[in-house]
Design a protein around this ligand. Sequence first.
Ligand code: TTP
Ligand code: MG
Length: 396
Amino acid sequence: MLDGNDNKMQARDKVIIHIDMDAFFAAVEQRDDPMLIGKPVVVGADPNNGKGRGVVATCSYEARKFGIHSAMPISTAYRLCPHAVFLQPDFRKYKQASDQVFDILKRYTPDIEPISIDEAFLDITGTFHLYGTPAQLALRMKEDIRREVRLTASVGIAPVKMVAKIASDVSKPDGLLEIEPDGVQKFLAPLPVERLWGVGKRSKDILNRLGIYAIGDILKFPKLKILELLGEQGLHLFDLASGIDPREVSVSDETKSVSHEHTFDMDEADPEKVAKVLFILSQKVSRRLRKEGLKGRTVSIKIRLKDFQTFTRAKTLDKRTNFVGTIDGHAQALFKGFYKSGMKVRLIGVRMSQFDDPYVADGLFVDPGEVKKENVHRAVDVLKDRFGEGAIHWGA
Ligand code: TTP
Ligand code: MG
């Protein structure tokens, strides 16, 4: 039963972290080549003496002083600072650093929402006390990243996502800023309105015309007037300006996978038979990935034994794939590594995960061999769609 005090209890404040690596691609390049430290470094398309097409991916803080920024035409960047060091991106290196960083984040909470290759939200409400305070947790996390990955990150801590994100942004680079629940309004008030989520160029112009430049101005304005001019979004703005943002840190990693499993009619003691089933499952996973336009980087297998004990083994690849040979090759190797004589397998499964690398577009590395292989896979898919799974078999 609830006692009479319960209705006086406050909803518990969440503690949310937003973490974002500083000048990520450029920082990795500076880390790996000490000659680049302290210099303007621009990572992006080839500037080709100012005639290059394409854009800047990012640049070091030294290059930002010249006005260079992400998504700017590389020719403009060249004009602004011809003596900068221009480098073409090496995505594999960035992905590796990113994986290391995410592995560190996982030490501090399982509630992680990856946003991009260098950015994530963490809900540390239930774990920060293990490290003292939220700020102490954040400092340790930053220190782990500095020591193990040799990069700097900026961290914002706040009771809601939007404020945590703004806090990490304004503390950059190598920053740490905590906004406590009762300090949120004071923190937001002087910031320009376009800092609020959802305030783009159009809303900003409308607000500016009303004399609203700072977030604090919104709260002083008649609500009805804003509603009239901006509709529903106007009301939402009042909430955001007051620091109300109900969005939760959404941990969606598990849904981002494609898997197939098989339960044996009788527990299987013959590893050769299990291997055959693994191959069939790998084919199904491979095909489903292509159907959904996906490529995964982590192959895992699930093994349930006679006594219902369940195990997983995983391998993360250098490159994303949906090719059956690659998936099956790793699945088989994982199973071989796991199997011990006398085991009886009840269930076996194959899963592919880790699909998105927002900036690691496959189009950047068009390899004719891969294209050919891809076409063969598609042709087999078409036959199987038409004539059934058994219509055609992959050779060894
Ligand atoms: P950001 O975190 O936006 O930028 P950043 O880490 O380089 O710098 P900051 O210190 O301001 O956070 O993006 C992370 C990486 O994503 C960036 O290093 C390069 C890549 N990227 C692009 O390739 N194109 C883009 O337009 C942006 C914004 C980023
Ligand atoms: Mg960043």
